[in-house]
Design a protein around this ligand. Sequence first.
Ligand code: CA
Length: 903
Amino acid sequence: MKELKLKFRPQVTEVIIVIALFLFSLRVLTWFEYPYVIVSGDLRPPLVYEAFIKHAIYSWNEINLGVPSVYTPRILDPFNFCILSLNSFGLNLYWSEIISVLLLYFFSSMVMYAYVKELTEGNVIVAFVAAIYLTSNIYLLNDREVTAIGFIDTALTILPCSLIFLRGIKRNSYRLMVISGLLFVLTYSAFPNYRPASICLIVLGLSLLFMFKNRGLIMSFFKEKGSPRFFSISIDTSLACTYLKLLAVFLTSALFASIWVIIIVLSNFDVFSAVFTRMPTPPQIFDLKPYDVPRLIAKWSFYYDGLGEPYVPYRGIYLSDPLMIFLSYLPPLLAFASLFVSRQRKITTYYGCVAIVSLFLTSGFGLSKYGSHLYLILMDFPLLRAFREPSSWVFFVILSYSILIGVIVAALCRKLKNRRTRVVVLGLVVALFVSTSFPLITGDITRNWLNTDVKGSYFPNSYVELNNILSNEYWTILLPQRDVYVVYNFTGGVFGCGNPYPLIFSKPVIFGVGTEYLTPQDARARLIDKLYELMRMSNDNYKNVALEGKASASSVEAAGLEPSQANDGLGFGQTRWSSQVGIPQWLEIEWSQPQKLSKIHILFEATYPEAYQVQTWNGYKWIDQITVENNTSLECEHTFSEPINTTRLRLYFTKSSAFASISIWELEAYKLVRYALSLGIFGVKYAILEKNIIFGNLYPARELRMHEKKDFVLVREWDEVALFENVYSLQKLYMANNVFTYSTLEDMCTFSASSTWDILKHSAFVNATLSNELVHKTLVAPESFVWKEVSPTQYEAYVTSKGPFFLAFLENYDKHWKVYVNGKVVRETNHFQINAFANGWLIDSSGNLTITIEYETQNYLVLSIFTSITLPILLLVGKTELMKITRFIYRKLKYIRGRLGKI
Ligand SMILES: [Ca+2]
């Protein structure tokens, strides 16, 4: 472990540099204003501790009915991890965030310092300038503070691995390579986004090539008198072998440490590949302006298409102020000047080439007329597809600029004998970096979009309180429905925040079509849309189904008085049906589907009937339901004692009041519908109404008229939100002894809305195409049933039953959910998709049963995390043992090859 021990020689320069880097990092304090936090775009601090833990530890993500979020909370992300740790020490969100951002900037500059120092054989000035440049470059001004923190955060997941890798290569250290492989795991912080991992691999490749070019590659020109020019290259093959061995050690260690990621990917492969193919590539990426690329603001032009202007509030200064334009071109000029000025040719030519190639890539090939073709080719390589925005290549531009600017400043300092002058030069360079990215110093980048007097946004406590009130046993629906990117309203003003809910609610919450990779054709997207539609409808308890039927009559008096005029929704004084002279007469309404009629309502014209019968069709004949005599009223309502299921309704008139004819303005036939019941079978118990959403929602909050809904009871109201509770809702786990089939989602909702809760609460809905035998099976209601959630991936239930029954589990259907009855697994043929999204199992056992539901992937995950930790540790301690095993395998392979050769 000698290599790891830092030789602590308190050199004055080093101490001064650490202090200087810390002081320089302090500028992030200007970004904050108490008690506002920075929550914007893709950048989301973990807001509720338990929500973060839950979604970081368990592979099952129930957010949005089980659609794996592309923004899974990231335990390996330094920003999230730091905030979470500080939170658990009792610090509030504001202080946790401010300290995290400060540490992020300080540590990243320290690691960058160490990395460049290693690369330049200990050149302190190059390393210092590079570190300062990394954390204060103009690119950090893109896309508000999202880029500033996000970029540094990403750098901090890449640089530690790269530093140890470089050190390992230089010292020929097996152990350092193993540690570097372990640190590579940090790059999974943005999982399933694999951009940081790809960047890291490229950085490692660049470091390795650079070392080999310096030590193992000798290129020379000969020019002797009278002979032609010679160009010779000699390669140190033994060094190449050593490097390859070290690389193999790194890859083995990284692979071992990545086993858990591989397991997650394999077990969710279908989901990830679907997400991958749907990953949109915005067309604006081709419009990057080549002259903005070298000064690192190319991404600003990215937003021209969407908003008509760049997406940054201080853009005018950088685009029109000549001084700022000049200043922002100075760092790239300095970087390329080092190619001509510095004597350190090896490093300047190498990183000069890196800079040029990465500038070309960052421009999205905007310089070339074949740009779009080239770009499309790159997009087809899975590894390169990670860089779906060309500006993601900017990491390498910044890395090479950092080193090149460092080299030229160091060269300048070497020429200056006077130490004070050197300090002045360094000061000027820092001042240049600061002035080219001044909004980072003033904190302007964190201004709230609507209320620009404020930096950041206030996170209301009501969300934390809500999270505490909600139960794990039900689903909650968040209203109103959002557009793709939710615009979240923490303060009086809005600001963009892609799906922060996984970090707010530790409970099952449905929050709209927020997952950007869920297409409208997706069954789950349709289901989510349907849930919102039901929320909008649940005002009416009675629905006039006469409007959906076809009217016919015994006779028609004249044109314009047809039977269809009596069920067109237009009442008194508007449109009517009228018969010819003669009694009896009748008016009938027929439906294609049976209707469960609760009451009818009739508006007669002046020629009303004195006697009539209300009849319904039973499939064979008309049944008199109500008989009316001596009627004198123009408006009649008849309620049936029990709802009547029928396809035809008829009014049969036996006596007229005048002219021996009958006329009706409107006939209304009502069925009782409770859309809350339909929501209930999806397990939706709560609705959170966010009152101040201004932008990004699909319909206004007031359209929902939540306060008027009888089946939703107001639980509590805050300034920002109100919590309503559905009177009817199924728990996440329940028993069913009725199985209904349905053919469309619409059918299921209509059926359940006009059913009774006593039946529904013991029912499961199965798609008609899936199983008919299930419907005919006799099921019994269990005598007792209790259940508990052990973890989000494990549930337990205790049941006493005299026969087979149906176990319903309202979590998104997934074949990885497994059920064990008294320890014995239930066959997959008994596992059904129920209620259009959830899991259901036919339990063919009786007696006292202990039932366990498990998400089996979680078990693999726990095992694979254990393996991912132990294997690299074994690598670390048992080099000789490993060599023995490798030699043994090699010998065996050789032997097998020999045998095969003989055959
Ligand atoms: Ca009418």
